[in-house]
Ligand binder design. Sequence first.
Ligand SMILES: [Zn+2]
Length: 439
Amino acid sequence: MRRLSAVVLLLTAALTLSIAGNAVAQVTAIRAGRLLDPEAGTVSTNQIVLVENGKFTAVGANVAIPSGAEVIDLSNLTVMPGLVDAHNHLAITYKEVPEHNVYYFTYVMDPTPLRAIQAASNGMQMLSAGFTIVRDMGNAGNYADAALRIAIEQGWIAGPTIINSGIIIGGMGGQFWPTPEMAKEHNIVYPEYLDADTPDEIVKAVRQNALFGAKVIKICVDCKPWGYTIDEIKLFIAEAAKIGFKVEGHVQTVDGARRAIAAGIWSIAHDRGMTDSLHKEMARKGVWRAGTETPITLTGHTSQARYDNTVAMLRNAWENKVPLTFSTDADYYVPGMTRGEVAIEFIETWKAAKIPNADVLRIMTTNGYKVSETENTRGPIKRGLAADLIAVPGNPLENLDALRTVSFVMKDGIVFKRDGVMTPEKFFHGGPVNGWNIR
Ligand SMILES: [Zn+2]
């Protein structure tokens, strides 16, 4: 008993010390020449944003800057909330040489540890381009995506907030078409895909991903002609809901899209199964569209015919008021471009679809927070939320290309990029400083 009281005393002392520590925390004051609110589609001038302990504490024109605050002068820039890529694959990088952009070979050649390091680098490249949240939707080897998320959360490295799917769950073979000997004798699709062909396997696969660090579930709805039935997709959704997870479906056929929508899936990836009537149904049921609309400017990654259809269907989705996200499926190397620059390039498709800039910006931010389910903790520049923001020289409401020159990035109240140069030093720690959880 006495030992217990001593422990309680020690804990109380530690808690008091940590509260005292917080009380003297550094305040950062940002002078924003223009502050863009993408939710409202408006810009306010000469705003002050205060940050303390990694959170926004005040935003407004008449906010007093406390004495001793570090002042960051962005009075020549447009400050705005961070961008969201709702569908990326940071832990895979396929390329022209040697694999002709066929990721089956990338998967055979690049081991998970190397892919985890690629993911760390790609994450920083995305953050530098202004993406403060990335949904990482599988193809990450043996949970390199979970390692990435945890390394960022624990303070080992800088990076966006990661919402990761773990291994993509599909019927036997996943998106691959393995030979019998490679599938049966060498389990060749694992860990790129997790086979689940029966209700028991579906439940177990969802639980495995949760155990190993996923935060969302990704399934192959129709990678094989038989695909998943509406009931099977509903089982995924129910099992994921027990953990508080949502389910995204990779869809490549009209029939697959119909089944996923009927089952009440959270989000649909890609645009190959989309039609006008399915868009109407998605709008009615509030199913998110992660259309991954590859721009024609990324030569070799789409065709003119495919691109024309992508632009038309994106326009159709917008006209039908489908809940849209900005999503890229950027999982390849484009020589001369960072992963972040590849992702930003996707604004070309949105421009081609003639979607108003204000809507594109809302989709890249507000909708991104909603599909990531962070809108109450991270995203908007609002008091109490995590202090993530970016700044660009121009005004993206007038010209989306302003997003190509993100010159300032703050993540969790720490400056990651200033005057166009990455300054990640304060993100690196010699141990886990933001939590001890393994997953
Ligand atoms: Zn994808």
